[in-house]
Design a binder for this molecule. Structure first.
Ligand code: HEC
Length: 286
């Protein structure tokens, strides 16, 4: 019984630790949201469709060939009719029509190639990025992003998600409900942990009239009007899109894992066979 409760508390600490580890520097971001399975072909197909419709206008995926989409149970005709907009050659890679110089002028930055973005950015962060755009009238492009602040990319999926706004709550010692900085921090952390969508936690230190002012800020994203999808549908669509981008970053991942398992079985078989052989050879010696 004792061991059981000890194990339970270790497990609890292991589960809660990541969310309680606050960085002292920049904002702490919490990613929550659905994910899609790598073996779910329909999810990958939906993701591919979103990707070619909404991302290839500005980004390329120069290591991805259209005919590779046949791995996703799509026929050449389906690919040509529904997914190819930038070329008519099925063997082509996913190029972009936008000229880098124009991109620099319009967005202030050249959109990076997305072939292996899921690997460098991680799927969790990528999904968080796509779910955390919000309207920001102070910026030229009209949008900002919680995961990548001041990014040059607009919210290209806005017609699906609908408009989104930033919700910012500031916690600071007020001598009443939050007597000390410590109270304010604890309250802010509790709100951050309770948030069931993407959220960020920031600690600001300002100097006012020679006094140090600590402020703890929790930011979340909220819907600001209807879109073509509701919040759950949008999050699921982002999961599909990220699933496809993960596939694109390493198309043979599932196969690699399969081959690994087969190889282990083969090695186990060889081990058993050589052991049997050894026994057979040595039988006459003893
Ligand atoms: C209207 C053009 C445009 C479209 C369409 C677009 N992007 Fe971008 N994207 C940009 C630009 C410009 C940047 C570089 C911004 C910068 O570095 O400030 C960027 C950057 C990114 C980054 C890197 C972010 C970072 O933190 O550095 C990712 C990831 C990304 N885009 C994903 C996507 C995905 C996925 C889609 C499709 C849903 C998409 N983009 C569609 C313009 C676009």
């Amino acid at each position: 019984m004792k061991l059981k409760s000890l194990l339970a508390s270790i497990a609890l600490v292991a589960v809660t630790l990541p969310s309680l580890a606050f960085a002292s520097g920049g904002p702490e971001i919490k990613y929550v949201g659905p994910t899609a399975s790598r073996t779910d072909i329909e999810s990958l197909q939906r993701g591919a469709r979103l990707f070619v419709n909404y991302c290839l206008n500005c980004h390329s995926a120069q290591y991805m060939r259209y005919n590779r989409l046949k791995d996703l149970d799509l026929t050449e005709d389906q690919i040509k009719q529904n997914l190819m907009f930038t070329t008519d050659k099925i063997g082509d890679t996913m190029k972009v029509a936008l000229r880098p110089a124009d991109a620099k002028e319009w967005f202030g930055a050249v959109p990076p190639d997305l072939s292996v973005m899921a690997r460098s950015y991680t799927t969790e962060r990528l999904a968080g990025y796509l779910r955390s755009f919000y309207a920001d009238p102070s910026r030229d492009i009209g949008w900002n992003n919680l995961v990548s602040p001041a990014i040059g990319m607009p919210h290209v999926l806005a017609e699906l998600s609908g408009p989104r706004k930033l919700v910012e709550t500031v916690y600071a010692a007020d001598g009443k409900e939050m007597k000390t900085d410590h109270d304010a921090e604890a309250k802010a952390k509790a709100a951050f942990i309770a948030a069931n969508s993407i959220a960020s936690f920031e600690h600001h230190v300002d100097k006012k009239d020679g006094k140090i002012l600590n402020r703890y800020i929790v930011k979340t994203i909220a819907s600001d009007g209807p879109g073509a999808m509701n919040a759950q549908q949008y999050d699921a669509a982002v999961a599909d899109l990220v699933n496809f981008m993960d596939y694109m970053g390493e198309p043979h991942k599932s196969k690699r894992i399969q081959i690994g398992i087969i190889a282990l079985f083969l090695l186990a078989f060889l081990l058993a066979a050589s052991y049997a052989l050894k026994k057979e050879y040595w039988r006459d010696v003893h």
